[in-house]
Write a protein that binds this ligand. Sequence first.
Ligand SMILES: *[C@@H]1O[C@H](CO)[C@@H](O)[C@H](O)[C@H]1NC(C)=O
Ligand SMILES: *[C@@H]1O[C@H](CO)[C@@H](O)[C@H](O)[C@H]1NC(C)=O
Ligand SMILES: *[C@@H]1O[C@H](CO)[C@@H](O)[C@H](O)[C@H]1NC(C)=O
Ligand SMILES: *[C@@H]1O[C@H](CO)[C@@H](O)[C@H](O)[C@H]1NC(C)=O
Ligand SMILES: *[C@@H]1O[C@H](CO)[C@@H](O)[C@H](O)[C@H]1NC(C)=O
Ligand SMILES: *[C@@H]1O[C@H](CO)[C@@H](O)[C@H](O)[C@H]1NC(C)=O
Ligand SMILES: *[C@@H]1O[C@H](CO)[C@@H](O)[C@H](O)[C@H]1NC(C)=O
Ligand SMILES: *[C@@H]1O[C@H](CO)[C@@H](O)[C@H](O)[C@H]1NC(C)=O
Ligand SMILES: [Zn+2]
Length: 506
Amino acid sequence: MYRGSFLSANLLLLLTSVKAASILFQGGIIIAFDKASEELRVIRNGSLLVQNDRIVQVSDAGSMKAASSISNQTQVIDVTGKIITPGFIDTHRHGWQTAFKTIASNTSLVEYFGRYGEFVAGDFWTADDVYNSQLAGLYDSVNGGVTTTLDHAHHTWSNATAEAGLKASIDSGARVFWSYAFHNVTNYTVEDQLPNFRDIASRGDYKNSPTTIGVAYDFFGPAPNVNEVNAVIGLAKEFNVSVITTHSLQGPWGITNSPEDFESLGILNMSTPIVFSHASFLTAQGASLLRSTTQHISTTPESEMHYGHTHPKSFYIQDQSAIGIDTHFTYSSDILTQARIWLQQTRYELYSDVLERWRVPPNNPMSVYQAFLMATRKGGLALRRDDLGVIAEGAKADLVVWDGDSPSLLGWVDPVAAVILHASVGDIEAVLVDGKWVKRDGKIAVQGYEEVKRKFLETAKRIQEIWRNLPLPDPGQTFNGGFPIEKAEQVDVLRGPGDGYGNVFV
Ligand SMILES: *[C@@H]1O[C@H](CO)[C@@H](O)[C@H](O)[C@H]1NC(C)=O
Ligand SMILES: *[C@@H]1O[C@H](CO)[C@@H](O)[C@H](O)[C@H]1NC(C)=O
Ligand SMILES: *[C@@H]1O[C@H](CO)[C@@H](O)[C@H](O)[C@H]1NC(C)=O
Ligand SMILES: *[C@@H]1O[C@H](CO)[C@@H](O)[C@H](O)[C@H]1NC(C)=O
Ligand SMILES: *[C@@H]1O[C@H](CO)[C@@H](O)[C@H](O)[C@H]1NC(C)=O
Ligand SMILES: *[C@@H]1O[C@H](CO)[C@@H](O)[C@H](O)[C@H]1NC(C)=O
Ligand SMILES: *[C@@H]1O[C@H](CO)[C@@H](O)[C@H](O)[C@H]1NC(C)=O
Ligand SMILES: *[C@@H]1O[C@H](CO)[C@@H](O)[C@H](O)[C@H]1NC(C)=O
Ligand SMILES: [Zn+2]
């Protein structure tokens, strides 16, 4: 953290010599990060200077005066009374699925695989649908303050649909770790996808945008095709991808993709970050492997509750965890909500642990400070990006400006508690990604957003009509050929006859 005294010759030189987009936020309450102590630092009445895509100075009141007088090109923004945080990081999402919004409010994972997943949807989605849905979904993300998304992009059903999702990611201006999913889908196999990936990576259309490419693959275990794994990982290494990601669902789900699977394939301890989504039923051994290789899981609290992946041990591995969202068409699409759910779920579980033994806990197991880190800095660490998820000198200028006077925030003194427990997406006034405004005055501020909405609604209407007429899949006797299927008890919320389950309005 640089104070006034540091306003050095170097910085002055930078400010005067570079004719760059420069924004100075003045008078705000900044939730900054001190890299030396690894701690959050709240600066009241602070200043934050953005130059191009980076944060170049964060300081206490008054100390930025020299800087602001240097360049008459600098946009000066008065943020008195407002809270500035880093943008949130979503480490697991499928952006293409936006057009399914609200049609699966009570779906189960068993049904999802047979109805909404990558092995079914591709038969109906065009490249335009993927583009429109991915783009609208990314604006949903940035609207909610999510500036970085690890997109497990399993809309790779043809060269055209693959490239459409990538193009939407680039066009959005958001920071997307767009991770090409390799899978055998209708008429398009891994063998077809390998050259398509090579083509995309060689062309590098994303190179002048915040988007980078990664690899997604869900067949590392329990019974991997080693040749195929080697082909996929070989490409990841050859093109030095930004991330490798996988769905890890152990226990009765049986889709392991565990740290142990990676370890036995000899690919866990890589320089590339690996993100294990959900990591339900992670073992103690798996947790040790994550720690020794500094790889991470992506806990998706609402998804894991909605679908029942569950997360019985994930509290114990938060040192190697970040937060994600997953299928945002079925529930909240912002990381703030996920962080809040995760905070309270952790508290609930760890309290229960004591109460079950008929003892009474006097302390609180998790803090808002920790929840804030999970939503920001930990995402950066999962992606091995020290410059993401923090407000610090040299970090990317991915920022969120909160209305500190909103009815729900009024009266706050601790800005971390204010954001984590009291704010909502509606309190987000502005969002910058890579130093560029994507939300301003409470509205998406990109050119052509009305047209994006119009095209997206055409796609949503078409897709939802198709799904309305698709018969529900038969759950079968076993899940994925493994453990038996058994109905969960459904609750009743009204007295009287029947179970009161009601209808969905789709
Ligand atoms: C904030 O700092 C500025 C100097 O940069 C000062 O003029 C102003 O009075 C301060 N405001 C508050 C509320 O302390
Ligand atoms: C900005 O400052 C430069 C040099 O100090 C001056 O030449 C230029 O006219 C100024 N531009 C504006 C818009 O004031
Ligand atoms: C897959 O290929 C077959 C044979 O060419 C074709 O009949 C079918 O329509 C294709 N399916 C899809 C979803 O493209
Ligand atoms: C994809 O299909 C090929 C050819 O049948 C097979 O060798 C490979 O194991 C399959 N991969 C997956 C992940 O199903
Ligand atoms: C998909 O892209 C690959 C790599 O460029 C190419 O070899 C293949 O012919 C393309 N497939 C189609 C159907 O265009
Ligand atoms: C691979 O990419 C990372 C950033 O994602 C970079 O730090 C590293 O230098 C790159 N390695 C090579 C060999 O290009
Ligand atoms: C992981 O690889 C690094 C670099 O090759 C090495 O220094 C480290 O000891 C390895 N860690 C484990 C747990 O194998
Ligand atoms: C969701 O609700 C609808 C309407 O009540 C019902 O038909 C359907 O079976 C439910 N889906 C699941 C997966 O429980
Ligand atoms: Zn997922």
